[in-house]
Design a protein around this ligand. Structure first.
Ligand SMILES: [Zn+2]
Length: 443
């Protein structure tokens, strides 16, 4: 029976702990999140929530911690079909002799759609609710994102050389803008321009990209200072580092999302800090490709916004942001020999609100606050691995793993329930991946 003194809501989720990731890094105990449609409308203590609200769906998640949906700020989702295809190689050898030839043979719209479905399923199961992508055939990635109901910022790729997808920089941009027009009214999709890297895009193309980015008010997503080779090559060709070259071209600005930044000298770091660039730290990918370890402590000292990315399944093999949080914390402490640096709270913020800031979406996602969108993840801490719990944030960063992710909501809708993808046939996705594996094996 409906109580007329109570307000009706779509969903109420109660949990033992809620890490809000707000500016105070607040951790709430025994609170409930009240959701109406896709928005958080209230945060109320569990003892009072049902005095004030009725809801269509109610979740009582004892021994769980609720956190904002994780944001994977650097991906190439469709490359999940290249997972394990060429491992244990340095970046230039890996790209030139394996990944680019395989892309030439296999990458088309259906490869991207199927690869994206595989990747997005893996990400939702690991608590990722938003991903920042860069790949060919963006329509196919967008279709997969809408089908699975995950939030995406899709990078419109630009390269100097032709691929199956486009012929030259103008053609890449033209296709990108057609994409942007087609998907611009879709709630879950935003776009950025994604020049692949300084070594694969000319000054002329950067000129065009800069003009369009400013005119359309959209971000630029790029690989930057990933390897020492990239810097040596730039100094040979242009006499300056890639950061200095891009700065001369007007690309270094607050709208830049720079993936990697493993090797930065003091001058490069100062340019990025002065221009409030967002940096995406990809610890697993940088280690697997032997690129090095980014100096995140120095970035944080300069007040740079640092978020986390997995990069593609081909250079990481796991689209697991919880693992990147743990690695980011451990690597920073190890590199600086200062265990007090990067607290568990700061590490989780990198994968939530900092990712939202990088994408320019921090007014709607990235923290659990009234009027923000309900992108949420519940992690079950009632396991052998997670007990005992003295500090739930330490448990989350240092003990728990993606296998503890039990519920995911995106845009107010449930996408993972009791560790199972909602409305998706996991067997069918596994079968599809096996068919592609047979095709790629013949190469
Ligand atoms: Zn990448």
């Amino acid at each position: 029976m409906t109580d007329i003194n109570k307000k009706n809501a779509s969903t109420i989720i109660s949990a033992s702990w809620i890490f809000t990731s707000n500016s105070e890094g607040q951790l709430l105990s025994d609170y409930s999140i009240v959701i109406e449609n896709n928005k958080i409308i209230d945060l109320v203590h569990q003892s009072k929530v049902f005095d004030e609200y009725d809801a269509d769906e109610i979740y009582q998640l004892t021994d769980h911690i609720l956190i904002p949906g994780l944001i994977n700020t650097h991906t190439h989702a469709a490359m999940s079909l290249f997972k394990g295809f060429a491992d244990d190689l340095p970046l230039q050898d890996w790209l030139n002799n394996y990944i680019w030839p395989a892309e030439k043979t296999f990458v088309n719209s259906s490869f991207v759609k199927d690869g994206s479905i595989l990747a997005l399923s893996e990400m939702i199961k690991a608590g990722v609710t938003t991903f920042n992508d860069m790949y060919f055939y963006p329509d196919a990635t967008a279709e997969a994102s809408i089908e699975l109901g995950i939030r995406s910022n899709i990078g419109l790729v630009v390269l100097d050389f032709p691929t199956n997808y486009a012929a030259d920089p103008e053609d890449y941009l033209l296709k990108g803008f057609e994409f942007r027009d087609k998907w611009r009214n879709e709630d879950l999709i935003t776009t950025s321009i994604a020049p692949h890297a300084p070594y694969s895009v000319s000054d002329e193309a950067f000129g065009l990209i800069n003009t369009y980015s400013e005119e359309l008010g959209i971000n630029i997503h790029i690989h930057l200072h990933e390897t020492q080779w990239e810097i040596d090559d730039s100094v040979k060709r242009y006499g300056i580092t890639p950061v200095q070259r891009l700065n001369n071209l007007g690309i270094i600005s607050p709208s830049l999302i720079a993936a990697h930044c493993v090797h930065l000298n003091d001058q490069d770091m100062a340019i990025l800090a002065k221009n409030k660039v967002s940096i995406v730290h990809n610890p697993s990918s940088n280690m697997k490709l032997g690129s090095g370890i980014a100096d995140v402590a120095k970035m944080l000292k300069q007040n740079l916004n640092v978020s986390l990315g997995t990069d593609s399944s081909a250079s990481n093999n796991r689209l697991d942001i919880m693992e990147e949080i743990r690695l980011a914390a451990l690597l920073l402490k190890g590199k600086t020999k200062s265990p007090e640096l990067l607290s568990a709270t700061q590490a989780i913020k990198m994968a939530t609100i900092n990712g939202a800031k990088a994408l320019g979406l921090d007014s709607i996602i990235g923290s659990i606050e009234k009027d923000k969108i309900a992108d949420l993840v519940a992690i079950d801490l009632n396991t052998i691995e997670n007990q005992p719990i003295y500090n739930p944030l330490s448990t989350l960063v240092y003990s728990s793993s993606k296998s503890d992710v039990s519920y995911v909501w995106i845009n107010g809708k449930i996408k993972l329930k009791e560790k199972k993808l909602v409305n998706l046939d996991e067997e069918k996705i596994i079968h599809m991946a096996k068919i592609w594996q047979k095709k790629l094996k013949k190469m």
